[in-house]
Design a protein around this ligand. Structure first.
Ligand SMILES: *Cc1c(COP(=O)(O)O)cnc(C)c1O
Length: 390
């Protein structure tokens, strides 16, 4: 089976992990802050907090922004459920903003319309979580301007987008947001096995997130309610979690960061080759906004099923039957039974619905070769019907 995504582990990665295993610390020790420094210097953000997943990073980001019961958090419906669940962990309500028909990111015109309506009804969101879908940044400058006008905070879910850029700055610079979150799950662009990171330019947010990742405990006298009782002393200030990353993971992360730009370049070359192979096939190829350089976590096409003479599901099944691990990113979050209970209607998200009926994720990862890409594109076509360049 050709998977849709796959990690790339080198001998250097293995050596880096083994070195930690032979050292004094294997849980959060000196390598975690080193990894945080690497991410800070790459993204240009001022602070980074490494955690055990992007889901955890999203959770503590929401908590640091004081999301709680009675608050509203908005995000895109075409994302992994974690982008919405983080608000639910905090007891807040979730709503969705329909997607842009070209980038599949949260649509700025839909956001404007929804904000105007929410202002009239007195139910503005506290936080908007923008998802850089497939690796392409959202229109952050416009969203930032709206955040000032309407008084909401912004979290960038950049789980797909490390290594990408927006207006010539790396995704994660946080120029237009409060916090940016990365995922290091093995299907993503770089991996630490499981892992995530929150970056921010706000020192207070960074300190709060660092405390929340480790039980809400501080060892800094300045954050304590009284003078320390002695050198053993720490205080639990609030209810936190064990969301720590290990040094084993951080060592893998640092080593993977050496090849991040190479990975993204390889992903672009694969996307370019698909672009050529799909030229005369009735599908919509991924559109790239000129302000963005994608991380290309995903390569998604939309099928003209009439011209292809097969329905979405048939094409999907045929490709899977031929060992091609196509996927569908994602089932709109409001369609999940857990969210259905909250009364969402599919009629409110026409673009997300259209997308869901046509999209298919083709495999993309650094070691995918042009021959495999040829095979993948060949299997898209109905053997009895549509004839094209083959
Ligand atoms: C993968 C992913 C997450 C969750 O990442 P984990 O590190 O697995 O917790 C969150 N949001 C999006 C958009 C993702 O793709």
């Amino acid at each position: 089976m050709i998977p849709y995504g796959c990690q790339n582990i080198s001998q250097e990665d293995i050596d880096a992990v083994v070195e930690v295993l032979r050292s004094e610390f294997i849980t959060q020790g000196p390598v975690v802050p080193e990894f945080e420094k690497v991410i800070v210097s790459y993204t240009g953000a001022a602070h980074a907090v490494a955690v055990n997943s992007a889901t955890s990073a999203l959770h503590i980001s929401c908590l640091a922004l004081e999301v709680g019961p009675g608050d509203l958090v908005w995000t895109s419906p075409i994302t992994f459920v974690a982008s919405a669940n983080c608000a639910r962990y905090c007891g807040a309500d979730v709503d969705f903003v329909d997607i842009d028909p070209s980038t599949y990111n949260l649509s700025v015109p839909c956001l404007v319309e929804k904000l105007e309506q929410a202002e009239r009804n007195g139910c503005l969101p506290k936080v908007v979580i923008t998802v850089h879908f497939s690796g392409q940044s959202c229109d952050m400058e416009a969203i930032h301007a709206l955040s000032i006008e309407y008084g909401f905070r912004v979290i960038e879910d950049a789980s797909h987008a490390i290594g990408g850029s927006y207006k010539n700055e790396k995704v994660g610079s946080c120029r237009y947001s409060d916090i940016t979150v990365f995922s290091f799950h093995p299907v993503k662009i770089i991996t630490t096995g499981e892992g995530g990171m929150a970056v921010t330019n706000d020192l207070a947010l960074a300190k709060r997130m660092a405390r929340l990742r480790s039980h809400g405990i501080t060892r800094y006298p300045a954050e304590m309610t009284c003078q320390p009782d002695g050198p053993w002393y720490y205080q639990q200030i609030e209810l936190g979690f064990n969301y720590r990353m290990t040094d084993i993971q951080a060592a893998l992360g640092i080593s993977q960061m050496h090849r991040l730009d190479e990975f993204v370049t390889q992903r672009h070359a694969i996307a370019q080759h698909y672009e050529e192979l799909l030229q005369e096939i009735p599908v919509i190829r991924p559109w790239q906004h000129p302000d963005t350089y994608s991380g290309f976590h995903l390569y998604i096409i939309r099928l003209h099923t009439v011209a292809l003479k097969a329905c979405h599901r048939t094409i999907f099944e045929r490709m899977r039957a031929h060992g091609i691990g196509v996927n569908l990113h994602y089932i709109p979050v409001y369609r999940q039974p857990y969210y259905q209970k909250m009364g969402f209607s599919q009629d409110d998200f026409p673009e997300a619905e259209r997308y869901y009926s046509e999209a298919i994720t083709l495999p993309i990862y650094p070691s995918l070769n042009p021959q495999q890409q040829g095979e993948i594109v060949h299997r898209l076509l109905n053997p009895l019907g549509y004839q094209t360049i083959f």
